[in-house]
Structures are given as C-alpha cells and as structure tokens.
Write a protein that binds this ligand. Structure first.
Ligand SMILES: [Zn+2]
Length: 379
C-alpha cells in the first residue's frame, strides 16, 4: 500500500486552512472539484441543492469509474462545512497530532475524511492499481441540520451503497443511529397587570412549568432520550405572560418508542392546558396549545447482511484487522442516505474533541482509516 503521510499532511492542512463555514463552502468546493478533475475523475458535477439550503454552492460528486467490475460501485461521503468558530484556521502539528491554534476549531470534522479520500485516490491512481468504481459525495450545511444531504437526489449516484467518513473513534463502523424529532409546545395564556389585575391573567409560563415538570427527560430507556432545551416567553416582570414556547427533542433507535414518547409529551401539555380552571370565574377565554414535532432526521439501521457491513468486514480482514460495529447517539448525513434507499455506514476517522477549539486528530489514525478505505476500493 503506497499511502504517503507527508502528502496526507499537506492536503489535510491545506483543507483545514480553507474557510468553509456552513452556507459558505464554495471556496473549498472549487478547490476540490479542480483537484478531482486533475486526478482523472470521469465526471465532477454539482447539484442544485443551494436553492434549498441557501449555501453559496451545491453538493458535488466526483466519479471515478475504476477498472474492477467484480464488486458493486461504492460511494464515500464527507461534509464540506465546519462548525463555528472556523474562520482563519491555522493548523499546528505537534508530535504528529494536529490541532488548531486555539481560537478556532481544527476542522478535522470533516476535512480529515476528505483528506483521507484524496490520499487514497492519489495512491491508487499513481500506482495504477485496479479499483472498484467509486463516487465521492460532498455535502454542504451538515452542521446546521444536515441540509445538503436532506436536499440530495440519490438518483444522481451510480453506487447503491456507501460510507460516511464522519465520526470519532478508530476501527469503528457505525451501523445504527436514532431518528430525531423536534418538540415545540406553544402555550397561549392571557396578559394582565401582575400587581393591579392578577386575577384577570392566565400565566403561560406557569402552565409550561407544570407540563415540563411532568415530562420524562434524559435517558428514557436503552433506545430513547428526550430533552427540553429552550424556553422563551413573557415580556416584563410585572405582566402575567400570555405566551411561552418550550422546545426540545426526542431521539430513539425504535420508532414506536419515539412516537409514543412524543404522544406522551403532547398529551401532558394538552392535559395541563385543558385542566386549567379560573379560580375567580372572571375570565371568559381559555389557554390554548399549539404542539408540533418536526422530523429532524430519520432512523438509520443497517442489517448484518447489508453491503456496507459485509464489505467493511472483507476490507478489514484483507488488512488482518477487525472493526467494531456500533450504534451512534446522533444523526448525520448517513441517516438521510439510508432513508432514501442507499445503505450507508459511518466510519470513525479518529477525530477528537470535535465542535470545540481543542479538536485534534492523530496522523496515525488518519493513515489507519485511509488503509481501510484503500482496502474497500481494492480488496
Ligand atoms: Zn461531521
């Protein structure tokens, strides 16, 4: 295997130092599209997802037809955007570990994945090694709600299964991730002066507090979590608040548990609002509830016989190593690829402390993941 750690270091550092905030990925996208052209991609094309995502570019695909026709075409996915603070990244390398200079994230999430794909395809092309037909799928706006993947048209791909390079840990293959739904409960009460006419008000915040105190939150069971993370309402300390919005989320690896938890949330809010009574019989109106539970991302669950699992096992055994098949607690682009019929596993790429200015990654871990990707393309 002809992987080159200096070249991987060069591309990783270069990618990290190109600004690519969510909705501002075009500079990085142009750099990569030119690079994949130069590396001999058969086609590089961008979709029109920017119309939906509001990014300054679309998702893009680079296709290499390869010369192996004994294995199904495969795709690899990374996201182009980086969580804030991410402008003006300066990479520091200390003892073969990459860090930012401390005032930004590093951007290993997800540029380590992109650099790994670049290194693997260069190594294969330069050595003229037969490889499996492959497509690289680069999405925008992952960090602000998986918007690029959500807007991606799977019929643009030849490959019918793939891998997202976008997780912590090493030798980890993620085969399951929860579905997530947002929770929004808006309670309308009745405003009144808190000191002069308190008996004429309906306190929306108090109703919300009663409801929230009755909700199961945190780890509900082994597959399900729930959280209330936002509350906003009221206008002044001397006014009985006529409005409050409570927002949160429910996640589960089991859809029936997920929907029964959402039902419980809805019924709890509804019960509190419906059972409100006016102790003074002075108010003619009643409090009301507007409850919504928008899908944030769908469930991901790969079977043991699915191609991403089988091929990951084969690729690892070609390297005389084993991989762990595990569940994740969060959503990623892979949830959407799976939901639209493209079985997709997530590979751990070794990034650490992601979404913080202490984010870092070891060169050795990037090389180890690159070996696995190389093996998926050649074994
Ligand atoms: Zn990521």
């Amino acid at each position: 295997m002809l992987l080159n750690s200096d070249r991987l270091t060069y591309y990783f550092t270069t990618l990290c130092e190109i600004d690519s905030p969510s909705r501002g990925e075009s500079k990085l996208s142009c750099y990569l599209q030119d690079l994949f052209h130069d590396l001999g991609a058969d086609i590089v094309f961008e979709d029109n997802s920017s119309l939906v995502t509001g990014s300054d570019c679309g998702n893009f695909v680079a296709r290499f037809s390869g010369s192996r026709n004994d294995v199904d075409p495969v795709f690899f996915n990374c996201h182009l955007d980086v969580i804030k603070p991410c402008l003006g990244v300066k990479v520091r390398k200390i003892n073969d570990i990459f860090y930012s200079s401390g005032d930004t994230v590093l951007g290993a999430d997800d540029k380590a994945g992109i650099a790994i794909l670049i290194e693997v395809i260069i190594a294969i092309v330069l050595a003229n090694i037969p490889f499996v037909p492959v497509e690289f799928v680069f999405t925008t706006c992952e960090e602000i709600g998986l918007l690029g993947a959500k807007a991606f048209d799977p019929s643009l791909l030849v490959a019918k299964y793939g891998y997202s390079l976008d997780s912590t840990g090493i030798d980890n293959v993620i085969v399951g991730a929860p579905a997530s739904y947002g929770i929004s409960a808006e309670i309308h009460g009745l405003a009144s002066h808190a000191g002069l006419r308190p008996q004429h008000g309906i306190n929306a915040i108090q109703l919300a507090a009663h409801a929230v105190s009755r909700l199961p939150l945190g780890q509900i069971d082994s597959e399900t979590t729930a959280n209330i993370g936002l509350i906003a309402g009221g206008t002044a300390t001397n006014i009985i608040p006529d409005y409050v919005r409570v927002a949160g989320e429910v996640r589960s690896h089991n859809l029936s548990k997920l929907f029964s938890t959402i039902d419980l949330f809805k019924n709890t809010f509804q019960d509190v609002v419906s059972s409100w009574r006016d102790p003074h019989n002075l108010i003619t109106s009643r409090p009301s509830l507007v409850f919504a539970f928008p899908e944030q991302y769908p469930l991901m669950k790969l079977e043991a016989a699915s191609l991403p699992v089988v091929r990951a096992q084969q690729a690892a055994s070609c390297l005389s190593r084993s991989v762990r098949f595990i569940q994740a607690g969060g959503g990623s682009d892979a949830n959407f690829f799976n939901a639209c019929g493209l079985p997709t596993a997530i590979l751990g790429i070794g990034m650490e402390n992601v979404h913080s200015v202490s984010e870092n990654i070891k060169l050795a871990d990037m090389l180890r993941t690159a070996e696995l990707v190389y093996s998926l393309l050649t074994c």
